[in-house]
Design a protein around this ligand. Structure first.
Ligand SMILES: [Zn+2]
Length: 212
């Protein structure tokens, strides 16, 4: 395909002819159909085009017609898969490093990263269950969550804020695609960590036990 959706530009469409190899990570390029990450490929003969990083199943392939058309033309799929896996990882690292809470990047929070490592090592059923429930909730209600944060147009004085809002919405949509599952898990675990760290877990327990 010769177009992609630039998450970092709030979902603006970009053309392969105008992109270079750095565009994927810099502009956070996504497929305009399935919203999975894509990257630029250039052949000797073919015009530059965007290809998907990763496909986990043939069903997922069918779900994206753009991808299907690329795959049917491509005879060397297997040799690219490993390469694509690595590219996807780099893309995801770039995405995560974009996320700040206050002045601090999540990836630079050493205490949190130690905490998440210890959770992985000592499997904790309660944390695991909460994480899974939160992921399920997020995937189901992400549109409602977005609506809660929409700033009414009449209240917007600075266009930059609208642009940032659009980028945030693109990022939320991106978190809902299949290959983002681990990213979503990481971010939700971070939210839990923050609640825990600030002793707000008591508050959380109260909300859970209250009938709404
Ligand atoms: Zn796609």
């Amino acid at each position: 395909m010769d177009i992609a959706r630039a998450m970092a530009l709030g979902g603006q469409i970009v053309y392969a002819d105008n992109c270079d190899f750095y565009s994927s990570d810099k502009l956070k390029l996504l497929c305009n159909v399935c919203r999975e990450p894509v990257y630029l490929r250039k052949g000797d003969i073919r015009k530059p085009y965007f290809a998907h990083h990763h496909a986990t199943s043939s069903r997922q392939l069918e779900e994206c017609e753009l991808r299907a058309s690329i795959y049917s033309k491509n005879t060397q799929i297997n040799s690219f898969i490993q390469d694509r896996g690595q590219r996807l990882e780099i893309f995801q690292q770039h995405f995560i490093s974009m996320i700040y809470v206050g002045q601090e990047k999540i990836v630079n929070d050493v205490k949190f990263n130690n905490w998440i490592d210890s959770i992985k090592q000592n499997y904790n059923l309660a944390i695991n269950n909460i994480t899974n429930d939160c992921i399920e909730y997020f995937l189901k209600y992400h549109n409602k969550i977005k609506q809660r944060y929409v700033i009414p147009l009449k209240n917007v004085k600075d266009k930059q804020i609208l642009f940032q809002q659009q980028i945030a919405f693109e990022a939320i949509n991106y978190l809902c695609v299949k290959s983002s599952y681990k990213l979503l898990q990481y971010i939700i675990t971070y939210s839990m960590y923050q609640l825990y760290k600030h002793g707000k877990n008591n508050l959380l327990e109260q909300d859970i036990t209250k009938k709404i």
